[in-house]
Design a protein around this ligand. Sequence first.
Ligand code: F3S
Length: 287
Amino acid sequence: MKILVAEHAGFCFGVERAVGIVEDTANKKSNVITLGPIIHNPQLVNKLKEKGVLPLENIDEVKDVHTVIIRSHGITKDNYELLKNKGVEIIDATCPFVIKAHNSAMKLSKEGYSVIVFGDKNHPEVKGIVSYVEGEYFLVSNSEEAKNLPFRKKYGLVAQTTQNSQSFEEVVSVVQDKCDELKVINTICNATTHRQEAAKEVAKQVDMMIVIGGKNSGNTRRLFEICSELCKNTVHIETKDELSEKMFENIEKVGITAGASTPDYLIKDVINYLEEVKNERERKENR
Ligand code: F3S
């Protein structure tokens, strides 16, 4: 059995940076909290809890003794103000590419464009982006929804950083017919595009594809969708414990990729497990 690991699998620059900031802060301070889990990976969030870093879901629970770390996909403008007014120490781990999306949305609205944000409506990053719009905005999660947009003189379009580039292009082509002037600021980050392209490259060559990452991670779920189109036998797992030897019967080539919020050690666990399956199979064949 051949094991192929896609390039760019796992932590992106922004997540690595945010997790590093949390670990550093936890080593120096007590009462450290994150607003929501620092990343969409339950295993890593549990490890950080053991170090005393608690994810609080509700901003009302934040007390002045807390050091608050803002996670890589950022928070809304209002919540930022609320934290400042509470007088807590704020450590901002928002990814610079997400800040670019905030600034782009704000700039477009200031220039008089009706802003369209392409993304998952309920994702905290998207809530953050729209909070910087200073006028009218619309949220669309696919080109079908874009078809229902009203006609406007000037539309400005931005995207959630982890969206699929091809779907973004589809939205662009629909919106072109919905206005006299369209200004597109492509805020999809390269890490996402590179990861998706590398995953496709592997998925089309293998009999089985394994996508590792939190079930609550939007970018991991998108990787799963993309790989499923090219390899019907694609599975989405969080840890190696969801795999069994039986799943690899008749599999000659297996591919691996992982979402932006999947720690390296979870990827290595899966690779090691597959190596064991492979070695066991070879032992049986040589008997
Ligand atoms: Fe930042 Fe891109 Fe990662 S926006 S958090 S580097 S996926």
